[in-house]
Design a protein around this ligand. Structure first.
Ligand SMILES: [Zn+2]
Ligand SMILES: [Zn+2]
Length: 164
């Protein structure tokens, strides 16, 4: 990770009505090459930082949550600026409201969060050349196989809250 536990990153939409802050390092950063992400972004992949919802704070404005179909069939809720409609994060089924998938490109310093893994590379655009040294999987993966221990601990705490 390129960001420390006491650091934070800020981001927002294009019209600047919505601003947010992410506190501490993400659990993991996905570069997703699935067809759904390609369509939703209009480009080759999506870059999502997975982080607990309570580490994401709104600094200005409010988001509009748009229910959207997802690859799993269970749907996702995409948080968008109500004015310029830029998507800033989404919540998927599974960890639900407790984990947000923050769109790294909406951060002021997106370079701080490079991908920890490339997923769904089976549908990767053929001209995208993946860097050596970063894990890549044809579809999805098990967190226990790739996440650092600190992230797995935080994930376990989230899952415990889901059950309670
Ligand atoms: Zn906006
Ligand atoms: Zn995807």
């Amino acid at each position: 990770m390129t960001i420390g536990e006491s650091e934070s990153l800020e981001g927002g939409c294009t019209c600047r009505q919505v601003r947010y802050r992410v506190s501490g390092p993400p659990l993991f950063v996905h570069c997703c090459h699935c067809r759904w992400c390609q369509r939703e972004t209009g480009t080759a992949f999506a870059l999502n930082a997975l982080i607990e919802a309570d580490r994401v704070a709104l600094l200005a404005g409010a988001v509009e949550v748009v229910p959207t179909p997802s690859n799993s069939g269970k749907g996702q809720k995409i948080a968008r600026c109500p004015r310029c409609r830029i998507a800033m994060w989404s919540n998927y089924a599974g960890a639900g409201e407790l984990i947000r998938f923050v769109r790294v490109g909406t951060l002021d310093e997106p370079d701080r969060l490079p991908p920890d893994i490339h997923i769904f590379t089976a549908s990767k655009q053929p001209w995208v050349v993946l860097p050596p040294g970063t894990p890549a999987v044809p579809e999805y993966y098990k967190a226990a196989d790739y996440w650092p221990p600190a992230s797995l601990e935080r994930r376990a705490a989230v899952l415990a809250r889901l059950k309670s």
